[in-house]
Design a protein around this ligand. Structure first.
Ligand SMILES: [Ca+2]
Ligand SMILES: [Ca+2]
Length: 250
């Protein structure tokens, strides 16, 4: 019975999250149910925030498929998954271009737009030297609206490319007991870190906004994301396909 109840609760919560996003800038719903962040145009910035906040008191894993475009050399700039408690709430935005709608040109540059307090995972498709980007594409964990990063993941491949006209699976998990954050891209762990984000980033607040930001610059790509599921512990995660199977078997 306990397991049955958990499935029902998860199913109800999942539907709520799927249905509602606050959209800013160029963001828009697509016929597929995915959300376009930027069209295939120069200097676009699009943001989508779930109207249901994240609860950082519990373990969760959240999953998406993301699309970063089909132009490699001529494409830019990328998207960022953002968890924030910015006072602008659902209207929070960062800098266009290399800020990916999240960060700013320089970590010491405080007059521009950036989202803070926050943590983010950027999927960066354009090299900007001021942000310490490697040649071609990279994934990086960011904090408090700074796009600058000392570490990044690019599969140790200087030609790593996310603008391959393919969907990429992205999962983010948070463990409030061990403070462990794990980021997976196409089933590979691309970031693993320990940080008490509740205390060290969000000043004790456990109800925070989540969503995606994205932008283009002089170079550009169509960029979008498709929400797949969110699952809170203690039960193992379960997808909608598995859910259908469970009911059939019962
Ligand atoms: Ca960049
Ligand atoms: Ca690329």
């Amino acid at each position: 019975m306990k397991r049955f109840l958990t499935i029902i609760i998860f199913a109800a919560y999942s539907q709520t999250v799927v249905a509602q996003f606050e959209l800013l800038g160029t963001a828009d719903y697509m016929p597929s149910g995915c959300i376009m962040l930027t069209p295939n145009e120069r200097y676009a910035e699009g943001i989508a925030y779930s109207t249901s906040k994240l609860d950082l008191r519990g373990y969760f894993e959240i999953e998406f498929d993301i699309y970063l475009g089909d132009k490699d050399e001529l494409g830019a700039d990328g998207i960022a998954f953002v968890i924030h408690d910015d006072p602008r709430e659902f209207r929070a935005f960062g800098t266009v271009g290399e800020g990916i709608g999240y960060g700013r040109f320089n970590p010491n540059f405080v007059s521009g737009n950036f989202i803070a307090p926050s943590v983010a995972v950027e999927f960066d498709t354009y090299q900007n030297e001021f942000q310490n980007d490697p040649f071609r594409d990279n994934v990086a964990f960011l904090e408090n609206g700074s796009s600058y990063h000392t570490e990044y993941w690019n599969n140790e491949d200087q030609n790593f490319n996310l603008e391959d006209d393919q969907m990429h699976n992205f999962r983010f998990s948070w463990n409030p007991e061990t403070y462990e954050i794990i980021v997976r891209l196409d089933n590979t762990v691309v970031y693993q870190g320990n940080k008490n984000i509740v205390e060290d980033i969000f000043n004790g607040n456990t109800e925070v906004i989540w969503g995606f930001t994205a932008s283009t610059g002089n170079k550009y790509n169509l960029q979008y994301f498709c929400f797949r599921r969110i699952a809170y512990q203690p039960e193992p995660t379960i997808s909608s396909e598995q859910l259908a199977t469970e009911f059939t078997e019962d």
